[in-house]
Design a protein around this ligand. Structure first.
Ligand code: GLU
Length: 501
């Protein structure tokens, strides 16, 4: 199997495009096949600076690897269409010679006039086809001599596909089953322009054939192009690959296609990595910079339109490769769920090796001029890991261990700071100063015994102690906090509290 991802570098890659790349990759790898990146940049008017690098960087971040690409090369290089002009020029000649394509010299004005005329006449045919071509300037209405002279004189032209009249086509799609189309509903698509460049249809088919692509997986928006693609394969006498058109990705409310605007409004990214528009400097947020892990993004995308048919939801990319089946992709649109995306991130964070997270956390503290031991980093991560959604949460959720509270929650203070509290804290300081073994277990046993001996409610001491240590009355097990904060700092924070309140 040979599959390809064939983006046009017209801007940042929307997550819909990333999902297309992913599904192609999964199917290729499941079958020990190859996955190819081809850049479709023949429409020079839509070329956007930086888009190509963006696509490569985003897919690299996600771990979606190519076997052949503009960077890696490969036996079918070049993989950038703008570097394959001669190939298309040669192929358009084949179609012209075998009568499947023809020259047309109509100017933009003439085409516009044709459209208004058809509209006025309320003609059932509204496009350039076997009926209307007879009234236009093309190989059907001009003599061979005229055509040659026009070309020689440099008159702008296009080469159009000679769409057959009233031919039934049976198109096959792995996801949608058979699709029937009659060619009379189709137009004479432009395949080539006098600037020497092909349009998408020609370049795409020629390259898929020459690059020996066996399966084409792409978005539903390309389904209307399938008939012309089938006909082009036929016109060249080639076998068409198999096709699968993926369902749309819908807005969270299910109404319409997911757009960048939805992301901006509802506060989630629709791009894999940050994108800065080279013209406007406007930034579009990406999953990477937002703090999502590539594993979570891949997992979330795989579930947009596909599921394994089991209860399992959390997959790494290798597991996805093993489980993926293109025939299980749904036809209907797939609703995007930002909350579920966070859930995926949380699940993958929980699966991340604590030592790896500890290393990152130590670095983060270092950047705040705080040095923490790896033993403590592992300990605190274990205490808060379940609650974190993003890696950055680990810092937020653990900072109180290493940074003394700057203030105390006023509500908690009101509730827990009573007349007798300062006296009880003073006694606690004295008691804690005499404890040598500051391990959580030992502290818990001794401290609680001591409180019980005095016949005071546990909360009367434990709540204000917690408040002075962390600024609030919530958080992990108090004695774990005491152990990690350490004796000297515990006593400091309690003394500070007495001074401050
Ligand atoms: N260049 C097209 C795109 O931008 C490729 C469509 C296809 O996969 O055939 O999506």
């Amino acid at each position: 199997m040979r599959l390809r991802f064939a983006p046009s570098p017209t801007g940042p890659l929307h997550i819909g495009g990333v999902r297309t790349a992913l599904f192609n990759y999964l199917l290729a790898k499941k079958n020990n096949g190859e996955f190819i990146l081809r850049i479709e940049d023949t429409d020079q008017t839509r070329y956007v600076e930086g888009a190509e690098n963006y696509i490569i960087e985003a897919l690299e971040w996600l771990g979606i690897e190519f076997d052949e690409s503009i960077i890696k090369g490969g036996k079918f290089a070049p993989y950038k269409q703008s570097e394959r002009r001669e190939i298309y020029q040669k192929h358009i000649q084949i179609l012209i010679e075998n009568g499947n394509a023809y020259y047309a010299f109509d100017t933009a004005d003439e085409l516009e006039q044709m459209r208004s005329r058809l509209q006025e006449q309320k003609s059932p045919v509204q496009h350039y086809n076997y009926v209307t071509r007879e009234q236009m300037k093309n190989s059907f209405t001009l003599s061979n001599q005229e055509v040659t002279t026009f070309i020689e004189k440099g008159k702008p032209y296009v080469v159009r596909f000679n769409m057959p009249q009233n031919k039934d086509l049976l198109l096959k799609d792995i996801i949608r089953g058979d699709v029937k189309v009659n060619t009379s509903t189709l137009d004479d698509k432009v395949l080539f322009k006098s600037d020497g460049l092909p349009t998408y249809h020609l370049a795409n088919i020629v390259d898929d054939h020459l690059m020996e692509i066996t399966h084409v997986i792409r978005g539903e928006e390309w389904l209307p192009s399938l008939p012309i693609h089938y006909l082009l394969y036929e016109a060249f006498g080639w076998t068409a690959p198999e096709f699968a058109h993926l369902p749309l990705i819908l807005k969270p409310n299910g109404k319409g296609k997911l757009s960048k605007r939805d992301g901006d409004q509802l506060g989630f990214p629709v791009f894999p990595i940050d994108w800065i528009d080279p013209k406007t400097n406007e930034k579009s947020a990406g999953y990477r910079e937002w703090g999502y892990s590539p594993q979570a993004v891949v997992n979330m995308l795989a579930f947009l339109g596909w599921n394994p048919g089991t209860e399992q939801e959390v997959f790494d990319i290798q597991q996805l490769i093993n489980a993926f089946e293109i025939s299980k992709v749904q036809k209907g649109g797939a609703k995007f769920d930002p909350e579920k995306t966070k859930w995926f991130n949380q699940q993958h964070l929980r699966l991340t090796d604590t030592n790896i997270l500890a290393h990152k956390l130590i670095e983060k503290y270092k950047s705040e001029d705080i040095s923490i031991s790896s033993k403590n980093a592992v300990k605190v991560i274990d205490l808060v890991k379940e609650r974190a959604i993003f890696e950055a949460d680990l810092f937020e959720l653990t900072s109180f261990f290493f940074i003394a509270p700057q203030e105390y929650n006023s509500k908690a203070l009101k509730k827990n700071w009573k007349e007798e509290t300062p006296e009880l804290i003073k006694k606690s300081i004295k008691f804690l100063s005499n404890i040598e073994d500051f391990s959580s277990k030992n502290l818990e046993e001794r401290f609680i015994n001591w409180i019980n001996e005095q016949e005071i409610g546990l909360g009367k001491i434990l709540n204000p102690v917690r408040l002075l240590l962390v600024g609030n009355t919530s958080g992990p097990h108090l004695f774990d906090i005491l152990e990690i904060v350490g004796k000297t700092e515990v006593i400091n924070r309690l003394n500070n509290g007495l001074r401050n309140i």
